[in-house]
Design a protein around this ligand. Structure first.
Ligand code: ADP
Ligand code: MG
Length: 356
């Protein structure tokens, strides 16, 4: 079903993204680390899950954001093993995997369940055991930017482990999803010489919003599939308001099944408003200035000089370099893009909401 608020996992439910899916499958069979980046609600988790289903390899999925929330902000080895346990248990019907996991220190395997003594376990032992099976095994980590909250050293233990696996474990592959800045710059350290992963090749798939044609065909197909009648003009209007971010389109479609077109549009905006609030809270932790810059851009300050002026008009003194930094971070986090020397908010729904 296309109008499902959860990430898709069946390829028949994945609209479009044929090219990205092919690149993903090819990459997983040849690269040690593949990453899917893009802004929230663009379809990263969906592409990841469908890709894993399509490829002929064993895999497990960890949700780093969930670990972060469950742990209250500092992910421990116990949190990680607690997520690994049920994922590994799914593989115990395969004798080879079961045999390999039996050798992991700290694991007690009985029937199809695993008990563990987390203090005795080394995560690298688990990877080594999975590598011994001599078939590709994919470790998929959703919202992997949250791994920087693992342990006491900003995720360094895991960075070291992934780097070690990259160099030594030929059958282990990593598939990571996340926001571009959080994942690429903060966790994987593409520009940071001190990061253990620095210099290793990362195969990146960056997801863009649906084009105009794709967005309207998506809504058509989704509503028809759910036997909901619609007017062509409504879809054009829905797209005009919601743009090509599939998460917003799904919300409109879901509400449209039970409500009129204007009500469904309003409901989609309501959901987006809540999402934006949460996102801004995260951003604010890094610097409240980022939100100010976003608001200025949303209200029409598109050029650097306009943004600078907006600060002045509002009585705030800020250096040029600080504004450049803010723009750089907002670009890398997938909030804004530069076209013809002008800055734009990528998510048009968020753009409208930022003006409120
Ligand atoms: P992300 O992980 O980037 O936040 P999700 O994969 O959770 O995004 O997708 C957000 C919403 O959009 C979900 O409701 C999901 O089912 C839907 N969705 C994402 N990509 C597609 C797609 N290609 N076709 C149909 N629905 C999709
Ligand atoms: Mg996701």
């Amino acid at each position: 079903m296309l109008l499902d608020p959860k990430p898709k996992s069946k390829s028949s439910d994945l609209f479009g993204r044929k090219r990205e899916l092919k690149i993903l499958i090819d990459s997983l069979s040849s690269n040690p680390i593949t990453i899917i980046t893009g802004i929230r609600r663009i379809g990263k988790s969906s592409l990841m899950r469908v890709g894993l289903k399509e490829i002929n390899a064993s895999y497990l999925i960890i949700d780093a954001r969930k670990m972060y929330t469950d742990s209250g902000g500092a992910i421990s080895k116990f949190n990680l093993i607690s997520q690994l346990q049920p994922e590994l248990e799914k593989h115990l019907l395969k004798e080879k995997i079961k045999k390999a996991l039996k050798n992991v220190k700290g694991f007690m395997i009985a029937g199809n369940s695993i008990e563990f003594n987390w203090k005795e376990i080394n995560i690298s032992d688990i990877l080594e055991a999975l590598n011994q099976i001599r078939k590709t095994f994919i470790i998929a980590i959703d919202e992997a930017q949250y791994l920087k909250y693992y342990g006491s050293r900003g995720g360094r233990d895991l960075q070291n482990m992934i780097a070690w696996a990259y160099d030594n474990l030929e059958n282990i592959r990593f598939l990571l999803t996340g926001s571009e800045i959080g994942l690429l710059y903060d966790f994987l350290g593409v520009e940071d010489y001190d990061n253990p992963l620095f210099g290793r090749y990362l195969s990146e798939i960056l997801l863009y919003p649906f084009s105009d044609i794709e967005a309207i065909s998506f809504l058509k197909k989704a509503l028809e599939e759910a036997n909901c009648s619609y007017k062509e003009t409504e879809l054009v209007e829905a797209h005009k308001h919601l743009d090509g971010i599939v998460g917003h389109l799904v919300q409109y479609g879901l509400h449209r099944l039970k409500k009129s077109h204007p009500e469904a549009l309003e409901a989609a905006y309501k959901v987006a408003r809540i999402t934006l609030k949460k996102e801004l809270k995260e951003l604010e932790k890094r610097s409240p200035r980022y939100i100010t810059v976003l608001k200025y851009i949303a209200s029409g300050a598109k050029k650097f000089s306009n943004i600078q002026k907006a600060f002045q008009v509002n009585g705030e003194t800020i250096s040029k370099s600080r504004i450049h930094d803010a723009l750089d971070i907002l670009r890398k986090t997938g909030w804004i893009e530069k076209k013809d020397n002008e800055w734009h908010i990528i998510d048009k729904v968020f753009e409208k909401l930022l003006k409120e």
